[in-house]
Design a protein around this ligand. Structure first.
Ligand SMILES: NC(=O)c1ccc[n+]([C@@H]2O[C@H](COP(=O)([O-])OP(=O)(O)OC[C@H]3O[C@@H](n4cnc5c(N)ncnc54)[C@H](OP(=O)(O)O)[C@@H]3O)[C@@H](O)[C@H]2O)c1
Length: 287
């Protein structure tokens, strides 16, 4: 099989690339800018002529992921997060390929008192959430074979993410304040990469639909930051604060924990607890 991976320089793309070294299939890794040293080709997903017709699976890891910047630049975010997935879906439909796409817990408003199921009404609070929801809808409307994985609070040992930011801040500062009234689930990009890579490698390509995938458990950003500080052995004082004490351009859901029953039953997987995966990320950092 030939598998096209977009956004290969990002957190998820990097993790998929690391796994694919062992594959018997042909993976083509791409990003908006080429990186010849890493074997990453140039492919801008917003370019309608860029998507090759001869692939069996497209794994779309490319996205506009700056949640705050999207508030003042929704047009660009919409282009990357909705128009481009529509183009990928069109190409997938024409060639019969499976499109694997990633979406977000930020399609929900966070006002529920139980974990969100896949068919719960999506009511995004932010521009980023609106563009990601529009991407989901565009893929569904195209009628190609697709799998959409909604994930949350993605972090890894590379790139820009809360884990690396807190690792740095708790090393540099004596005290940090972190919001304690937004609940969700930190998800190690390597865990989501394992799911997607195994689906492709096992040829488990028939289960079209939308799925929720995060690590197990849930916490607030404050609890996540405290765990990072503790596991790294940093002596910083991590203190809880409220969202209103830490104003940011984009509104975020107060509770966006996702129900993972469907993904577990469909693919027969066990999902690691976020604390266990955080321990892996901390160990990787020390290597
Ligand atoms: N990060 C999170 O907390 C989070 C949470 C829930 C869901 N998700 C979703 O999970 C997926 C993976 O996220 P991630 O954190 O791995 O993202 P990421 O690290 O921001 O990587 C995204 C990659 O896509 C590239 N890209 C941007 N525009 C592109 C274009 N027009 N054509 C081709 N590539 C383009 C980016 O390049 P540049 O860096 O040069 O722009 C970057 O290399 C995304 O769909 C995201 O929406 C993420």
């Amino acid at each position: 099989m030939k598998i096209l991976v977009t956004g290969a320089k990002g957190q998820l793309g990097t993790e998929i690339m690391a796994r694919a070294e062992a594959s018997r299939h042909t993976y083509v890794f791409t990003d908006v800018l080429e990186d010849a040293a890493k074997g990453i080709l140039q492919l801008d997903i917003t370019d309608p002529n860029a998507i090759p017709a001869d692939v069996d699976v497209i794994i779309n890891c490319a996205a506009y992921t700056d949640v705050n910047r999207a508030e003042s630049d929704e047009q660009t975010a919409m282009k990357v997060n909705a128009l481009a997935p529509a183009l990928l879906a069109k190409a997938a439909k024409a060639s019969g390929a499976l499109l694997i796409h990633i979406s977000t817990d930020y399609v929900f408003d966070g006002k529920t008192d139980r974990p969100y199921r896949e068919n719960d009404p999506a009511v995004p609070l932010s521009a980023y959430g609106r563009t990601k929801l529009a991407g989901e809808k565009a893929i569904e409307a195209e009628g190609c074979r697709y799998m959409i994985f909604r994930t949350a609070w993605l972090y890894s040992n590379h790139g820009r993410n809360f884990f690396l930011t807190m690792a740095r801040l708790t090393a540099e500062k004596q005290e940090v304040n972190v919001v304690d009234d937004q609940r969700g689930t930190p998800t190690y990009a390597g865990d989501l990469a394992d799911l997607i890579y195994n689906i492709v490698e096992n040829g488990n390509l028939a289960a079209t639909g939308t799925y929720h995938y995060t690590d197990e458990g849930d916490c607030t950003w404050y609890e996540f930051a405290k765990a990072i500080n503790d596991m790294l052995g940093h002596g910083c004082s991590v203190r809880p604060c409220r969202t209103e004490d830490y104003p940011s351009p984009a509104a975020r859901p107060a509770c966006s924990v996702l129900d993972k029953t469907k993904v577990k039953e469909t693919f027969g997987i066990e999902i690691p607890h976020w604390r266990d995966s955080l321990a892996k990320a901390v160990n990787n950092m020390k290597l």
